[in-house]
Write a protein that binds this ligand. Structure first.
Ligand SMILES: [Zn+2]
Length: 369
């Protein structure tokens, strides 16, 4: 067996009700003057309260607001701000892109990293990967980091208050783990990969079983299973299975779709979920069983229940012309794209045709808006 190096999980994970306040001692062991990183106005109050909590324990906090998605220019500015203030750690509090930015800044500066996901929209709080975008949100590349965060704080009391849309997006991203990893890694002889793929299957089943209730009721037991599945377990699967377990076509299609302009900016998982439907359509065209077709219709029903986009119409593009969609397909099919990891060849035209079949809402699905 060739040598494999894994970053499986954060050094410490503190999860549950009131996890933030119970983590203060662990934070003070990791840094004395952290840079607290965030972006959206809606989380500003929360970040201010984090600063106060830390100040009460004698930890002076320097704050920094990102202007955009996780992009080079913001990363450079934040690194400079951190250096100028002699910060010795990063606390990234926000959604996936803030967490990705925080991990990358800590990695570049060689300082400790604490992630505090404020929603369950992705597993970015867990992993040793950061996605880099342009300032206006076009995917550029992912960067493999030296390690997972030193500490992940998953505070149920806080995450429960996040908009249900973020949880739905997290479910699409997490459910994709099974469909992507099983397609690319089903024949792997590596025990870790096999176990990661099975974990992805169990996670998918739990999301199917509990996802709708979790989406409707953040106080339900289902919510805990689902939110932690999306934000934490999905990360373990990536850590255990490695790069091969991460992507097939759904994520490369997401990357291509981020190149386009939107009326309302979609969340990561919303585009991954749509990419997953397109992936299953491609699989169906290249398969002699009914399984991909059945999986696609099962997912269309599930996504409809939790208000996830299931058509080109519903991802809210400004321009849905063939030219625009071809731009996304060209990006997704670039020579070095992971889309070529799938076990059959796919080119821009195949992908474009597959996408076209989702032009408007499928009539067979139950829409529950
Ligand atoms: Zn993802």
């Amino acid at each position: 067996m060739s040598l494999n190096i894994h970053n499986i999980s954060p050094s410490k994970v503190i999860r549950g009700e009131g996890a933030w306040i119970k983590s203060i001692d662990s934070i003070t062991k990791l840094c004395k003057k952290p840079l607290i990183l965030g972006r959206s106005n809606s989380t500003k109050k929360l970040r201010d309260s984090f600063e106060n909590d830390l100040l009460l324990k004698g930890v002076k906090v320097i704050s920094f607001e990102l202007d955009n998605d996780c992009c080079e220019i913001d990363i450079q500015k934040a690194c400079l701000h951190s250096k100028n203030n002699n910060c010795d750690g990063i606390i990234a509090a926000g959604g996936g892109k803030v967490l990705d930015a925080g991990k990358l800044i800590a990695d570049l500066l060689g300082i400790n990293c604490i992630t505090v996901p404020l929603s369950a929209s992705t597993c970015a709080g867990w992993t040793s990967l950061s996605n880099i975008y342009t300032p206006d949100g076009k995917f550029i590349k992912d960067v493999i980091l030296k390690k997972c965060p030193n500490l992940l704080i998953f505070d149920h009391t806080i995450v429960r208050t996040a908009p249900p849309r973020t949880l739905a997006s997290g479910m699409a991203d997490a459910v994709a783990k099974w469909y992507e990893s099983s397609l690319t890694s089903n024949l792997s002889q590596d025990g870790f990969v096999q176990q990661a793929v099975q974990m992805a299957r169990v996670l998918r089943d739990q999301l199917f079983l509990n996802g709708y209730e979790a989406f409707l009721d953040p106080l339900s037991n289902s919510w805990e299973t689902v939110a932690e599945g999306c934000a934490l377990t999905a990360g373990i699967i990536g850590g255990l299975g490695g790069a091969r377990c991460r992507t097939a076509a759904a994520h490369p299609i997401h990357n291509g779709l981020t190149q386009l302009k939107y009326k309302n900016k979609p969340l990561h998982g919303e585009l991954v979920g749509f990419g997953l439907l397109v992936q299953l359509h491609l699989e169906d065209k290249n398969s002699n069983t009914q399984l991909p077709k059945q999986a696609k219709s099962q997912l269309i029903d599930f996504f409809s229940q939790i208000n996830l986009p299931i058509s080109i119409e519903s991802i809210c593009l400004i321009n849905t012309s063939s030219n625009e969609l071809q731009k996304a397909c060209r990006f997704a099919c670039k020579g070095d794209s992971d889309i070529h990891q799938i076990p059959f060849p796919v080119n821009e035209k195949d992908l474009f045709d597959a996408m076209q079949s989702f032009q408007s809402l499928p009539t067979s699905s139950k829409i529950n808006l």
